[in-house]
Design a protein around this ligand. Structure first.
Ligand SMILES: Nc1nc2c(c(=O)[nH]1)N[C@@H](CN(C=O)c1ccc(C(=O)N[C@@H](CCC(=O)O)C(=O)O)cc1)CN2
Length: 275
């Protein structure tokens, strides 16, 4: 599905390019976190394959917050750039919230800016965060009827849990958000028609916690002690109970990158309309 979406973006570019707009994405990466380097490489490659211009800015982990804010200011003004993303996490001396708010909401293709969070909450045009947006696309692809269904989201992060809950609510699901303070998690997850695990705990969700036939979306990206990549869901025990389940790797992760391209294309379209 991610491949199909990316091909769809590529197919739509010639029309924009013929109108004189070359969509461009700026990716800002600080430090040497190996996982962040892998994700950024995938994003740049996805842009190249789709025909989106990419502007990669790599800095030492010691770059000052002030210098980073100055770069964002320059990218906000750069007409070649329709999308700006700063790869997270950032080094500890940098206030990620301040950095995200410095990105123009119109170029915030990650959908993390408060203006975009507010747009999602109130149902007006903005950018949706790529990971939960990808999850919604997957639900759409199986024709899953959300109205009246009970969706349980484990995790309340600003980039996945909260926006995921909002998107599900917008589709008239009844939404429960679970977190570290939730009592009797299993009693709640067993009630879920749609279960989204986005908590960052390897194989937290086991087969006995899932309702027969439920749709299970695994947003977790964890490493086992042997260094193997695994999600928040114990795939082997849950697959026998769930109606649909996303694997890790090869599930939500690639959709995150596909939705980034979708948002970048949309940003370029909006810029073209505003010309
Ligand atoms: N600025 C952002 N920072 C971060 C985001 C984000 O959306 N914007 N999300 C995550 C990391 N992330 C994208 O940046 C991301 C994570 C994982 C994948 C992915 O495709 N994973 C593969 C496995 C890759 C591997 O082998 O390690 C998979 O699931 O199949 C894509 C994007 C935090 N930071």
């Amino acid at each position: 599905m991610a491949r199909r979406l990316r091909a769809g973006v590529a197919a739509q570019l010639p029309v924009l390019k013929a109108a004189g707009v070359n969509p461009g994405l700026a990716v800002v990466l600080l430090g040497d976190d190996p996982a962040s380097h892998v994700y950024v490489r995938h994003k740049i490659k996805a842009c190249e394959e789709a025909g989106i211009d990419s502007f990669l800015e790599k800095y030492e982990a010691t770059l000052s917050e002030q210098a980073l804010l100055a770069r964002i200011d320059a990218l906000n003004r750069d007409a070649r750039v329709h999308g700006i993303l700063v790869q997270l996490p950032l080094p500890r001396h940098i206030d990620a919230r301040k950095v995200i708010q410095a990105i123009s909401a119109k170029k915030d293709v990650d959908g993390f800016h408060v203006a975009n969070a507010g747009a999602l909450m109130t149902g007006i045009e903005g950018f949706w965060p790529c990971t939960p947006y990808g999850c919604m696309k997957m639900l759409e692809s199986i024709g899953y009827p959300l109205p009246g269904k009970h969706a349980v989201v484990i995790g309340r992060s600003n980039i996945v849990g909260k926006p995921m809950a909002m998107m599900l609510l917008q589709q008239n699901a009844t939404v429960t958000i679970c977190h570290s303070g939730t009592r009797n998690l299993k009693a709640l997850t067993r009630e879920a028609d749609v279960l989204v695990a986005a908590v960052g705990k390897a194989r937290l969700v086991t087969g006995d916690m899932v309702k027969q036939g439920a749709v299970v979306l695994d947003v977790g990206m964890n490493r086992t002690t042997e260094g193997k990549l695994c999600g928040d869901v114990d795939f082997e025990s849950v697959r026998t109970v769930a109606g649909h389940i996303t694997p890790v790797p090869g599930g939500v992760g690639p959709m995150t990158i596909a939705m980034l391209l979708v948002n970048t294309l949309e940003s370029a379209r909006r810029a073209a309309r505003a010309q």
